[in-house]
Design a binder for this molecule. Structure first.
Ligand SMILES: C[S@@+](CC[C@H](N)C(=O)[O-])C[C@H]1O[C@@H](n2cnc3c(N)ncnc32)[C@H](O)[C@@H]1O
Length: 256
């Protein structure tokens, strides 16, 4: 095949495939490369803060302070991936971690890597189903920290995840990864197309309807390390957990 024909095929392909689909494809290929690399180099989990919470030290401090000050008794993660944040959150907090992953390969590899940790509970499946099961279990009686990170593909389970949490847990803190930080565009966030971004313009109304107060990192993106991805931290308006977040110097409320 000559070069001109190849480049015409390339141009036509980019017309057929939408930008979000291309981005999702690139992400999946990158993730699979990571799986192969992990299998070859580091089959067992080894605590490594450069990989936890996107390697962001500012974010890691926020996590550690919330867990220390808010009486958190258990941790729930959606989107295990290879288990690097799962293992780190367990090591730093000493708390049980419940995590769910929809991709079977990622789940199996994370399960193998974290096999030595009896208080890390890994489930293969959709985050919404996993949260529903936890909501119907004694875990719903515990004060929980939720790390919501299951948003890679076309479906965006965030609203449903939050609805389950709000209706079944009394006192909780939620951290949503890859969320826009208003006033600091150096932090990245996920944008899946028209009205489908992780931002206050898409989710602010839903947070209000669910009775959630939103907080953002005080630390400037220029001082953050690692992937510099944004996040929002949420708690039920008027709850003890929200009272604790109000006192945390590392966070500012959405209304500040
Ligand atoms: C950004 S990665 C998670 C990274 C991981 N939390 C960490 O910090 O290392 C997102 C993961 O969510 C998973 N995922 C996407 N949609 C999901 C869903 N509906 N339920 C469960 N997992 C999902 C993806 O397969 C991917 O492994």
């Amino acid at each position: 095949m000559n070069r001109r024909l190849l480049s015409r095929i390339g141009r036509n392909m980019t017309r057929w495939i939408s930008i979000p689909a291309l981005r999702s494809l690139r992400r999946r290929v990158g993730a699979l490369e990571n799986v192969v690399e992990k299998l070859l180099e580091e089959e067992q989990y080894a605590p490594d803060s450069t990989r936890a919470l996107n390697g962001q030290q500012g974010r890691q401090h926020i996590f550690a302070q919330i867990v220390r000050d808010s009486g958190i008794e258990t941790i729930v993660e959606t989107g295990t991936y290879l288990g690097d944040t799962t293992g780190w959150m367990h090591k730093v907090s000493g708390l049980p971690v419940y995590t769910s992953e929809i991709n079977r390969h990622f789940h199996l590899l994370a399960k193998r890597r974290l096999a030595g940790y009896k208080d890390i509970h890994l489930v293969h499946g959709d985050s919404v189903d996993a949260l529903r099961k936890l909501a119907a279990s004694p875990v719903s009686n515990l004060q929980a920290f939720f790390y919501l990170d299951a948003h890679w593909y076309e479906s965006l389970p965030l609203f449903e995840e939050l609805r389950i949490i709000v209706s079944h847990w009394n006192n909780f803190v939620v951290m949503v990864d890859d969320f826009e930080v208003p006033g600091d565009d150096g932090y990245g966030f996920d944008d899946y197309g028209f009205r489908r971004s992780l931002s206050m313009s898409c989710f602010g109304k839903a947070f209000r309807e669910l009775g959630l107060t939103a907080y953002f990192p005080v630390l400037s993106s220029t001082q953050e390390t690692g992937a510099r991805s944004g996040c929002v931290v949420l708690a039920k308006f008027g709850s003890a957990a929200a009272g604790q977040l109000d006192k945390l110097a590392l966070l500012r409320s959405a209304t500040d």
